[in-house]
Design a protein around this ligand. Structure first.
Ligand code: FBP
Length: 550
């Protein structure tokens, strides 16, 4: 027997678990549900997507294997990396080959730009085998190019036609899948025989709804971050001399931070959605945080661990107003602003153009934050929150408050801090067993949706809290998840992002424990992801998924 010398080799041999419906290969029948409607703004969405609106959800059930003909399919990876992307492609490839050995799979390189620029490779078994059960998106690369112009749609159609492609699978988050729905409608309107299927990806966990229980990558990424947080907690509890402030990825929603808090029980956690609901100011947040530091110091504990969601800044109403005003200003005066060399002169030029109260807030920001707030936006027009040091900003404000309390004789502790940012560390990790199984099945399901010409559908795998054998597979029309939102001053159809539900069980569980976790040192050290061993350890689901669906 060949000696295995790395985890990569050992993982290459892992066989993702398939539900009973696929045990004998793709023998199945399709069961259609009732016609669907969008989550809101039905008339507008229907008018924008007349060809793919109102379709029924579909479920795959055991049946006789139909006589499939060969199919040419292309795949793109879009947006940020998420563990399991390679397995989506492996599952897609295996599903296509199981239906017909002469089917072909192409990969457009570097995300949506590969599709418009006709940059592609044909994927074969030998190449795919190198990537099975591995993290990362390096198999074909990813990108964030936004498809929004007619010339781009035309280019995608021309390139797909030239390769004889009959279905395009888009692996992405809410924006990328919105793009996928736009393409599906465009191809239908142009009578092109080109099916578009979406696959729900993002470590942020915000592409979910009643038919999509989780986006892939969330499970692995939160387990990686929780391991790191646990290690830091143990260090903090050993040395008892530092406060560790940890910012966690999640561009907008705080699902990652909430899941990590439930898994590790830190002393203080901020959930952006709660901040927005309570309309908290930056100073109010700093006050709360300071109170936890003071209380622990009174108990002789000058150490602690704090979790902050990356997207926080945009959920603080006053900061949101500031960012919106800055966005407009940058759009109008970016060249002038960039031509000013000195940051303080830049800040002054900008402040003069802001409303009085926003100018005051902008002037009060530490220099690094003032600079970070005017950095280049991403292609979707979003502020690049991962580059804003909210953690350092809060530390600065808490230090100011503690100094004042000390001067008044109301605090006598120490507040020595270390800040951390965990994001990229978790996006390309080896997928957990859950993500390896889930993604493989999402890909396998996408192959069947492609063969059955289910255009405008997102691959869906449900009943995820049950063992993989009992998972339910099918497709959900993407228009069902859409509503109209204001983006860059215009009404746009978009897949609705799922923010943390403040009435939901995960947040409520956190609320009922947070006071205790603030005072006591009740850390959980969750340790690294386990790939081999008992199922209750290796196939463990996220606490969020269990609380939401068990
Ligand atoms: P997606 O929504 O595209 O999956 O990306 C999520 C994310 O990882 C966020 O958590 C983070 O804010 C962002 O990507 C970082 O983007 P980039 O990789 O471009 O730095």
């Amino acid at each position: 027997m060949k000696k295995i010398s790395s985890l990569q080799e050992a993982r290459a041999a892992y066989k993702p678990k398939l539900p009973a419906v696929f045990h004998e290969g793709p023998a199945l029948q399709i069961r259609e549900g009732q016609p669907t409607a969008s989550v809101a703004d039905q008339e507008q969405i229907k008018a924008l997507f007349p060809n793919i609106y109102g379709l029924p959800s579909v479920t795959f059930e055991p049946g006789k294997k139909p006589a499939y003909t060969p199919l040419n399919v292309a795949v793109i990876l879009s947006g940020g990396q998420a563990p399991g992307g390679h397995n989506v492609i492996a599952g897609l490839f295996d599903g296509l080959k199981a239906c017909h050995p002469n089917s072909k799979l192409y990969g457009f390189l570097g995300g949506p730009s590969g599709l418009t620029d006709n940059d592609y490779i044909e994927l074969n078994a030998e190449y795919i085998n190198l990537y099975r059960n591995t993290g990362g998106f390096d198999i074909i690369g990813s990108g964030r190019t936004k498809l929004e112009k007619t010339e781009q749609y035309e280019a995608t159609l021309k390139n797909c036609k030239a390769l004889g492609i009959q279905a395009l699978v888009v692996i992405g988050g809410d924006d990328s899948n919105t793009n996928a729905a736009v393409l599906a409608e465009y191809y239908k309107q142009h009578n092109a025989d080109l099916t578009v299927i979406g696959v729900p990806k993002t470590i942020d966990g915000d592409l979910k709804n009643d038919m999509i229980e989780a986006s892939f990558g969330f499970d692995t990424a939160t387990k990686v971050y929780s391991e790191l947080i646990g290690n830091i907690q143990r260090d903090a509890n050993s040395a008892k001399k530092y406060w560790h402030i940890i910012k966690l990825m999640g561009r907008s929603a705080s699902h990652i931070t909430l899941e990590c808090a439930l898994r590790t029980q830190p002393n203080y956690t901020i959930i952006s959605e709660e901040v927005a609901a309570k309309k908290q100011t930056l100073q109010e947040i700093a006050k709360d945080f300071t109170q936890t530091v003071v209380t622990r110091a009174e108990n002789g504990e000058n150490f602690g661990v704090v979790l902050i969601p990356e997207g926080l800044i945009e959920f603080i109403p006053e900061m949101k107003t500031l960012i919106t005003e800055l966005n407009d200003l940058m759009a109008k005066h970016e060249d002038i602003i960039n031509s000013i060399r000195e940051m303080e002169a830049k800040r002054e030029y900008i402040s003069e153009k802001l409303q009085d109260h926003t100018a005051k807030l902008y002037r009060s920001m530490p220099k690094n934050i003032a600079e970070q707030l005017i950095m280049e936006r991403d292609p979707h027009g979003n502020v690049q929150v991962s580059l804003i040091e909210t953690d350092k900003l809060l530390v600065h404000l808490v230090k100011e408050r503690l100094a004042k309390l000390k001067a008044e004789g109301r605090y006598n502790g120490k507040f020595k801090t270390h800040t951390h940012f965990f994001g990229y560390e978790g996006r390309c990790s080896f997928p957990s067993n859950f993500d390896a199984d889930y993604t493989y099945l999402l890909g396998y399901t996408a192959s069947l949706l492609s063969i059955n010409k289910c255009t405008g559908y997102m691959s869906s795998v449900r009943n995820l809290c049950a063992p993989a054998e009992e998972w339910i597979t099918g497709g959900v029309p993407m228009t069902r998840m859409m509503n109209i939102e204001r983006r860059h001053g215009k009404d746009k159809p978009v897949i609705r992002k799922a923010l943390v539900d403040l009435k939901g069980k995960p947040f409520q569980t956190f609320v009922s424990n947070r006071e205790k976790w603030a005072k006591e040192t009740d850390y959980i050290y969750s340790g690294p992801i386990q790939y081999f061993g008992p199922s209750e350890v290796c196939d463990m689901k996220t606490i969020t998924l269990q609380l939401e669906h068990k």
